[in-house]
Design a protein around this ligand. Structure first.
Ligand code: PMP
Ligand code: GLN
Length: 385
């Protein structure tokens, strides 16, 4: 492994899922649903396969039907207008979109600001692009019971070498949904210091308290923001790896240049199915959210009863806990012994930090699982109390 990637061995998600398989524990580590998305959407994929749509290389930017559906979705839910021909790019999941955006926009030595704890591909993608990551730490805030962005810390992190801010809202792993005030401040900073923004909004539809606001909708941001989302979370098809980018034409052209040489194009038949999924009625999106809200509450209550400190997530399908009330402080050690002690797998949030001490006593649980599985996990965890 070369120097750029030396510190990124195996992702924590693969490691913890392997631990779950090995021990037979309930896997609340890696975030993937244990039930598949809508049958009609699966049928649409089968039809595309059978009818020979997308079985050969689809167009580089993505099939027109999907680009049109993505543009229609941005307008329908966020009031943002994008030209499907020049301002939308289909990618192999959000993961490729993030990597391609950084590879296209970052010069070696440029600084990239990211909110830590961060999703693990951010650090690796910044490294692959030759950039330097500059973490700004979200801090647990007792008053709101959530993690918040310290705007002074963010402002202080900007230097003459800062190229872009890589933002994630709703935020994995903390469940924080950045507020209008926080996003206004981020936007003002980007405009003032002439920075680009790359925003990862894969959890845009999984918001239980407050509202998801795309950064691209703030004054001065339409032209400088690369917005990323994916069908994995919204439609419960994490295995399909269909994601997308929306941005001004010049930025999409840049990201596309990188994408061409990463994967060239993304898998064809799934694109037809996701185009249909995006057009599902509002009731689909509401039911997805309300179903997850119930499961958030179920697992959060179980964790509280088991003695964890619980940060109630406003969004995503993760709940972050504080293990100090259980009398322990090392989240990594805790997660490694949890399968044996309680038959449950979780993820230590420390692995999402540069500033490891800030993350040490926190552990993330995923609640995108059936209620029976969550109840079973909660009962097992209560034995720890
Ligand atoms: N961003 C965040 C914040 C995530 O949690 C994930 C995990 N699914 C991704 C990106 C990757 O999305 P995809 O599976 O579409 O590549
Ligand atoms: N995004 C999911 C998580 O945070 C997993 C994605 C992955 O395994 N790379 O758990």
């Amino acid at each position: 492994l070369n120097r750029r990637l030396a510190e990124f061995g195996t992702t924590i998600f693969a490691e913890m899922s392997a631990l779950a398989v090995r021990t037979g524990a309930i896997n609340l580590g890696q975030g993937f649903p244990d039930t598949d998305g809508p049958e009609a959407v699966r049928e649409a994929a089968v039809r595309a396969l059978r009818d020979g749509r997308g079985n050969q290389y689809p167009p580089g930017p993505g099939i027109p039907e999907l680009r049109e559906a993505v543009a229609a979705h941005q307008l329908r839910f966020h009031g943002l207008r994008y030209d499907p021909d020049t301002e939308v790019l289909v990618t192999a999941g959000a993961t490729e979109a993030i990597a391609a955006a950084l590879l296209a926009l970052v010069e070696p030595g440029d600084e990239v600001i990211a909110l830590e704890p961060y999703y693990d591909s951010y650090a690796a993608s910044i490294a692959m692009a030759g950039g330097t990551r500059v973490p700004v730490t979200l801090r647990p805030d007792a008053a709101s019971g959530s993690y918040r962005l310290d705007l002074d810390e963010l402002r202080d992190a900007v230097t003459d070498r800062t190229r872009l801010i890589l933002l994630n809202t709703p935020h994995n792993p903390t469940g924080t949904v950045l507020s209008r005030d926080e996003l206004t401040a981020v936007a003002e900073l980007c405009v003032e210091r002439d920075l680009l923004a790359v925003t990862d909004e894969v959890y845009e539809h999984l918001v239980f308290d407050g509202t998801h606001l795309p950064l691209a909708g703030f004054p001065g941001m339409r032209e400088r923001t690369v917005t990323i989302s994916s069908s994995g979370k919204t439609f419960s098809f994490t295995g399909w790896k269909v994601g997308w980018v929306t941005a001004a034409a010049a930025l999409v052209t840049a990201v596309r240049a990188a994408k061409q040489y990463l994967t060239y194009v993304s898998a064809g038949p799934f694109q037809y199915a996701v185009a249909e999924a995006l057009a599902l009625p509002d009731s689909y999106y509401t039911e997805l959210r309300e179903g997850l809200r119930a499961r958030r509450d179920l697992l959060s209550e179980g964790l509280r009863q088991a003695g964890f400190g619980v940060f109630s997530p406003a969004g995503t399908y993760f709940v972050t806990t504080d293990i100090r009330p259980l009398g322990v402080t090392d989240g990594v050690e805790f997660c490694l012994s949890l399968p044996e002690r309680a038959g449950v797998v979780a993820v230590p949030t420390q692995v999402f930090y540069d500033n490891q001490a800030a993350g040490a006593p926190f552990v993330r649980f995923a609640f995108c699982k059936r209620e029976s599985v969550l109840s079973d996990a909660a009962a097992r965890l209560r034995k720890l109390a």
